[in-house]
Structures are given as C-alpha cells and as structure tokens.
Design a protein around this ligand. Structure first.
Ligand code: PHE
Length: 459
C-alpha cells in the first residue's frame, strides 16, 4: 500500500546529508567492532582484505543504495515496489528490515556498555588500576543483568526519542560537529598509544600482513564488516538516499562518507593495538577489547580523566547517530507502508527491538550464558553473537548482492545515469566503472566470498 501523500522529510543542507550518512556509518562498528575482529582474525592481512571490500564492493553498493532511494523517494521496501512493481525485488527490502531488527538488538547492548563507561570515566572507576583489574571491570559489567539491561534500556529510549523528532531535527543537528571531534580525540589517542613503551609490536600487527592467518571465515567477516561499517545491505542508505535533495552529488557523497568511515576505523585500530601489546592484553580478547584496553591508555595520559570522559561520550553519540539510522529503516517502512503514524511506528518498533535486545544483553550473564543457537559456518553462538553474525555475515552481504544486481541489471541504465548525474548536470566520467562494479565485480565477489565463507563451496 503506497501512501504517496505522506509529507516526506528531507535533509536541509549538503553538510546535513554528509553528516547524517557519515553519522550512520561511523559508530561502534569502527571503534568497537573493527579492532576486535581485527584482533581475532590476525591483523594486517585482515585489514587489507577489508579495504579491498570497501573499495570494490562497499563504495558501489553505497552509491547504488543512494540511487535507489532518491529515485524512488521511498523507504527500503517501498523503493523496490515503486521501481520494480509486481516483482519479488521488494523482498530485498524485507531482508533489510530483518537485518535492522537484529542489528539494533545487540547494538543497543554495546551502546549501553559505552554509557556505563561514560560514568566509569566520570567517577574515576578505572583510575590507577592494573590492566587485569581493568579487564575485571568489564567482566563485571557484562555479567550483571541489571547493569547491562539497564543501560541498554536508557540507550534505546534516547534513540527512540530522537527518531520521534523526525529526520531534520532529530539527526542532522547531532552529527555535524561531533564526528569530526571524535576523529580529533582518536588522533590524540593514536599519538599516546604509539609512543607507549612496547607499542612497536602493535604497529607491526596492524601493518605487517601475515596471509597465513587468513581463512574463508576471515574473508567473509571482512566483507560483512565492510557492509556493517558503511551501513550497507539493509536499506539504511536507501532510506537516507530518499531524503537527499535532487541537487546533491550522490557519487561525491558516497566517496566522502566511505573515506571518513575508513579513516576513523584505521585511526581507532592505531589507538588500540599498540596499547594492547604494551599492556599485555590478548589481541583476540573479543567484544571487550576496546573497553579493557583504552582505560589503560587514559591512565597513562596527562588529563587522562578528561580524555576518557570525552572519548566514551563521543563514542556513545556516534553509536546514537548510527542507532537512529537503523531504527529509521524500520520506522520509515512502517509509517509509509502501513497506516501507523510515525510516532506510533517508532514506539512499536523500539519496544519490539528492545525486547529481543534484552535477550542479547543477557547473553554474557548467567541467565542466558549457556544458551547457544547454531549458525552454519560459525558454529553455535550465544544470542548476542548469533544476531551479530547472522546480520553481518548473512543478511547484509546478501542484501548488498541484490542491491547491486538491482542497479546493475534491473534498473534502466538511463534512469541510473539520470539519477547519479542529477539529470545531466553533474559530470560522471566514472559511470562506466561504477556499472561494471555494480553489475559484475561486486555481485560475483560477494557470491564467492559468501558461499566459501559459509562452507557451501571450498576454494
Ligand atoms: N555503520 C554502523 C557502525 O559502524 C552500524 C550500522 C549498520 C548502521 C547497519 C546502520 C546500518 O557502527
């Protein structure tokens, strides 16, 4: 049911679009997830594969999503219905809906941990502690049902509150100044980290590739993370694309967002790994890596308390601007395709997501710690890890596959050209290259990495 008389909200300025799309992309994926999976999958070689995925797959898929969304002027499901009526393509939007739901469920948990660390930084909870004791603080947090779930509820309430305010007031205002500030703080942490005694080993870990550590699972995780980090494969950038003004340059925006996102991830890695080795933290420590490493760095800095407060606060805000964009996928769909008001759609989806999210939050506590669910290719995982792996390694890559195929093969070439060139007013000398990536390179690469990663084919 298309509701064409809905007044569509839009981004007011160029800075607004880049800030909102970058705000979506930059988040816990860059600072929490990228370092910890890099630690698990062996360092530099994993990062190289990740960068190739970003350039050859992430960038064209982002431009494809912007193109679909702005062309259709609709949410992730509605866009496919409008551009390809009467075909099953809208199922791609539906898969994105499921991905948004699973991602936000566990994302809210990690964002909740971040809020807890804002308080820890303010109260000086880790000041003067030895590395082991700092690790213990994190262990105590994630094993406490009250603390984990409590913070998660706070975070989800704030997210829902912002989304209710609508696109313009809700999203734009927050991202413009704060993301650049986050980068500045991370760069300052980089300087401290690489000058720690014993930092060299961490720098080697990041920059000296050891390809023997790479396996099929690592490559799929790198691809999945390219999607996760750039907010691709589930319609976030389709939805945001539909809010982008007709005069904005889509290719340029996609490139800028991709560069900003990648820089922040690499800078975060450089703040963390030298410290991991300097303080004797296990690189493969998993989801706690940032939280058990950086407090050691703050303890070694002049004004460390302030840096800690600033860092964790900005990380929480980065998480918020990403969470908003995930919830927006669900809310835009419900408010445009059903009779629900935006207000009601936000409430209903936030409550439903938080409900599943609590199961994710309890994954590391004694309540649900023993409960695991199998996922082909990844063994048996607790709810938190299962939702994460399902979305990043299955739903997003498959979503990206269908999105690139849609723009490459289903949409009429002249429509794609008209959309990315703003009806011929923007020079698009790279269009041939983009179409080759979207038609051939991205789909084939995704298919091979996916089938190999989940074990259907063996290379
Ligand atoms: N890109 C966000 C991050 O890196 C997470 C995200 C995934 C947001 C998918 C929207 C869609 O934290």
């Amino acid at each position: 049911m298309d509701n064409n008389n809905v007044q569509r909200d839009g981004f007011s300025s160029k800075l607004g679009i880049i800030a909102a799309a970058a705000g979506s992309a930059i988040g816990l994926g860059n600072i929490w997830k990228f370092p910890y999976i890099t630690g698990i999958y062996g360092g530099a070689a994993f990062i190289l594969v990740y960068l190739v995925c970003i350039a050859l797959i992430g960038l064209p898929v982002m431009l494809s999503e912007f193109t679909i969304g702005r062309r259709a002027q609709a949410n992730a499901v509605g866009s496919f219905k409008k551009l390809a009526p009467g075909t099953p393509w809208f199922l791609t939007g539906w898969m994105g809906f499921v991905a948004a739901f699973s991602i936000l469920s566990f994302y809210g948990v990690v964002a909740g941990w971040t809020l807890d660390y804002v308080v820890k930084a303010i109260t000086g909870a880790y000041v003067g502690l030895e590395p082991d004791a700092i690790g213990g603080l994190f262990g105590a947090l994630i094993s406490s049902p009250v603390a984990t779930v409590g913070w998660q509820l706070v975070f989800m309430a704030v997210t829902a509150g912002v989304v209710m305010g609508g696109v313009k007031d809700g999203i734009e205002k927050y991202s413009k100044i704060l993301m650049p500030l986050l980068l500045v703080i991370i760069l300052i942490l980089d300087i401290r980290a690489v000058t720690l005694p014993g930092a060299g080993e961490g720098v080697n870990f990041l920059f000296k590739p050891d390809f023997s550590a790479l396996n099929a699972e690592a490559v799929l995780v790198a691809l999945g993370h390219a999607f996760f980090s750039l907010s691709l494969g589930m319609g976030t950038m389709i939805t945001y694309g539909s809010y982008i003004g007709k005069k904005e340059n889509l290719g340029e925006t996609a490139l800028q967002v991709t560069i900003a996102d990648t820089l922040i991830a690499l800078a975060a890695g450089l703040a963390i790994f030298p410290a991991v080795f300097a303080f004797g933290v296990e690189p493969a420590a998993g989801p706690g890596l940032v939280f058990i490493t950086l407090p050691n760095v703050f303890n070694q800095m002049a004004g460390g308390m302030i840096w800690g407060i600033l860092f964790f606060s900005l990380l929480a805000i980065a998480a918020l601007t990403s969470a908003i964009s995930i919830l927006e996928v669900v809310v835009a769909y419900l408010s445009e395709e059903t009779s629900m008001s935006r207000h009601k759609a936000t409430l209903v989806s936030a409550v439903a997501i938080t409900f599943v999210g609590v199961l994710a939050g309890l994954s590391y506590t004694s309540v649900l710690g023993g409960v695991t669910i199998p996922l082909p290719g990844f063994g048996s995982l607790v709810v938190f890890d299962w939702l994460d792996a399902l979305s990043a390694n299955y739903l997003l890559p498959l979503g990206g596959l269908f999105i690139s195929l849609f723009v490459g093969w289903k949409m009429v070439r002249k429509d794609v050209e008209a959309e990315v060139s703003n009806d011929g007013t923007v020079k698009i000398g790279w269009i041939g290259m983009f179409l080759i990536l979207a038609k051939v390179v991205a789909p084939i690469a995704i298919a091979i990495v996916f089938l190999n990663g989940v074990g259907i084919i063996k290379l």
